[in-house]
Design a protein around this ligand. Structure first.
Ligand SMILES: [Zn+2]
Length: 701
């Protein structure tokens, strides 16, 4: 890994090659990890450490004081190419590609030596081979869906349609509703089922309702796409059905809640007794839907996330002809399974969902999509094999130490938050002291022994895997919450915070450069994964987190804030929303500061916590200077380095509409402007591009 410095070739190529080298020699990686662990404990020689900063990625023609993102990443941005089969190139996408190659090696390689790994491995390889057998899929066309098509054709009344929607949902076919089984907001030790709005084929309701590019083009292309799907499936009235389905979805879009309202935990926590649904929301045949979904008889009440919406759907079930609803469900069925059918379906699905909506030029290789199927069907089975080969206990120990430092830093930040009342500070610290952290992979692996995977039956395998997962979730109802469950797989390059369990989770996939480099000195690690840890911690204490108690109960607003704290928080948050609102990402396309508020707050506070945690970790000793860079400089450079990104414009626009995060290039730049430490580290002065006057800098923690 040290060979990376000074190597020829673009930073990107070198980076990928370097990771592949590690992929082939996991033992070496482990040994280095052990060396680094002892080093971080102060017992080994310092020469093993490198800065963790990719100097070949810089653009030295730019002053860091004027455009820090360009300075740190300009060289990389010039060299990096978005792959033809992708919509972006980022450190995450590069790591994803490396991990997928490793997983491919596992699935295509020899049977694992460890006996406990073999049953899952055999099932996964069978699933993979059924996906690769294209000639068989060619001869089947869409016939493996014949029984579902028949079921939809028979649903000719509102009651039968509701029943069919519930049943199809078990196979992950979208309908106007979806259901999820998660911790009960009022008693997080048990499970509740929430029914949410769903069922739009375009990415978001804006795509149905807004004028101009790219929405109008997307709508026109969508109608053509629906017609093609139906025609390929043998619908002789496809041309008539497609615009009718579009009109129906537009009605659904109009009735749906905005993204902001739908992500408000209090507004969406509407518990209703099942036996009163017929009176309170009479338009919809709830009993048929709940029966179809397998929920009826298991519990007494459900949570309806967006109450007014269900009444609107109920009315549409009566006013729109059953023939249109059937065509709608048929398109949803085809969309849910198109990628597992013959070539014409695969190509049509790609042409619309990837090329039109996301600007991707060519489809990923078939083996890669096969790996994606295993990930979706037996993700933890795959993760179990992955961590056995590619994850070292030393990484876990070092990250745990960083988490401890971050928690200490968060404690100090809470102590210094001048806008908080003393009793609020006490509650915040109580919540922090019960924070639960998961690192690497689950303590107990998911059991796939009852999942039936057969040779040569791809659609059957996908259907069984989906219904296995659906039943696993529904089966939780009535049982105590399993706090050990993970909601992403260990090989995922991401992290999450889960309010109902007051926990933050960092999978093995994220614990690799440039997020976490077990060979690097601490500063870069604090700036990269350390700030991610701070980000996730921050979510427990922001506008959403303050609505959750330390035990995970949803308190509603202002939660454990006082009304005065809430007002002061809102005032600062508003200033941050205004700061981000001004950022123009593409000509005419700005950030929505309100939609991205919680994530922007987490970026800003997470980075501040990471800076403080790094100082704490030094224990009063000066930070080493490496490659002429101070510790503080490396920390901020690592932050910006991890956000380097090239993304296709259509994808950027789609994300600006639907994603709660700001685009990466903005995350790598904007949060720095609010950090006093950054001004000191790079001597930022009035007149510099990165400068904000002290009064304009927003600080929450
Ligand atoms: Zn976040």
């Amino acid at each position: 890994m040290l060979a990376r410095r000074g190597a020829k070739g673009s930073a990107h190529t070198q980076y990928v090659l370097d990771r592949r080298l590690v992929a082939r020699t996991p033992m070496k990686c482990h040994l280095l990890a052990l060396a680094c662990l002892s080093l971080s404990l102060g017992v080994a020689a310092a020469e093993v450490q490198h800065s963790g900063i990719d100097a070949s990625a810089h653009d030295v023609a730019i002053r860091p004081q004027d455009n820090f993102y360009q300075y740190v990443n300009g060289g990389w941005l010039r060299a990096a190419q978005i792959p033809a089969d992708g919509e972006r190139i980022t450190p995450s996408s590069e790591l994803d590609a490396i991990i997928r190659q490793r997983l491919k090696g596992i699935i295509e390689g020899p049977q694992p030596e460890a006996a406990e790994l073999r049953p899952d491995w055999q099932k996964m390889t069978r699933l993979y081979r059924s996906y690769l057998d294209e000639s068989r899929l060619e001869s089947l066309r869409s016939t493996p869906l014949a029984d579902l098509r028949q079921q939809i054709a028979q649903a000719d009344t509102p009651e039968k349609l509701c029943l069919a929607m519930g049943e199809l949902g078990r196979l992950w076919v979208m309908s106007p509703f979806s259901n999820s089984v998660l911790n009960d907001a009022d008693d997080p030790s048990i499970y509740a089922v929430t029914i949410s709005q769903n069922g739009l084929g375009l990415p978001d309701r804006d795509y149905y309702l807004e004028k101009g590019a790219p929405f109008e083009q997307a709508r026109a292309a969508y109608v053509k796409h629906l017609a093609t799907l139906l025609r390929l499936d043998g619908d002789t009235r496809a041309k008539e059905h497609a615009p009718a389905v579009m009109a129906l979805e537009t009605q659904l879009a109009k009735a749906q809640w905005s993204g902001a309202d739908s992500s408000d935990p209090t507004k969406t926590n509407n518990r209703i007794r099942i036996d009163t649904l017929a009176q309170t929301m009479p338009s919809l045949d709830w009993s048929a839907y709940l029966k179809g979904a397998g929920i009826a008889g298991r519990i007494d009440n459900i949570v309806v996330a967006q109450p007014g919406y269900y009444e609107a759907v109920g009315k549409l079930l009566h006013s729109v002809p059953a023939d249109t609803w059937q065509a709608y469900l048929r398109t949803q069925m085809l969309t849910a399974y198109a990628t597992y059918l013959s070539r014409v379906f695969v190509e049509e699905d790609f042409a619309f969902n990837s090329r039109v909506l996301r600007g991707i030029k060519v489809n990923t290789p078939r083996w890669q999509r096969g790996m994606d199927l295993i990930e979706a069907s037996m993700g933890e089975g795959l993760g179990r094999q992955y961590v056995a080969q590619y994850f070292s206990p030393a990484s876990k120990a070092r990250l745990q130490h960083m988490v401890d430092m971050l928690v200490l830093a968060a404690r100090e930040e809470i102590d210094e938050a001048d806008w908080m009342e003393p009793q609020t500070r006490a509650r915040a610290k109580e919540k922090l002291s019960t924070l639960h952290v998961k690192i690497g992979y689950p303590d107990r692996w998911r059991d796939y022994s009852q999942l039936d995977i057969r040779a040569g039956d791809l659609v059957g395998n996908v259907r069984r895997a989906r219904s296995f997962e659906y039943n696993r979730n529904i089966g939780k109802l009535g049982h105590a919450v399993d706090k050990d469950e993970w909601y992403i797989t260990p090989q995922t390059v991401d992290a999450y915070q889960y309010p109902p369990q007051n926990e933050i989770v960092f999978p093995a996939g994220l614990m690799q450069p440039p997020f976490f480099d077990v060979d690097a000195e601490d500063a870069a690690n604090y700036g990269a994964i350390g700030a991610s840890i701070g980000h996730e911690i921050s979510h427990g204490f922001d506008n959403i987190g303050s609505q959750y108690a330390a035990d995970g109960r949803l308190l509603g607003k202002p939660g454990w804030f006082t009304t005065r704290d809430q007002a002061r928080f809102d005032e600062r948050a508003h200033a941050m929303a205004v700061q981000y609102d001004k950022v123009e990402v593409l000509p005419g396309h700005f950030i929505n500061g309100q939609q991205t508020l919680s994530e922007n707050v987490a970026d800003n506070t997470g980075l501040a916590m990471a800076y403080r945690a790094y100082q704490l970790s030094l224990g009063g000793k000066p930070a080493p200077v490496i490659d002429g860079l101070t510790g503080d400089q490396r920390l901020y450079m690592a932050w910006t380095q991890k956000w380097r990104a090239k993304v296709r414009d259509n994808e950027t626009i789609r994300l600006l509409r639907s994603n709660p995060h700001s685009p990466r290039q903005v995350r790598g730049q904007e949060a720095l402007k609010n950090q006093d430490g950054f001004y000191r580290a790079f001597d930022i002065k009035p007149g510099d591009g990165m400068y904000l006057a002290p009064a304009q800098r927003v600080k929450l923690w």
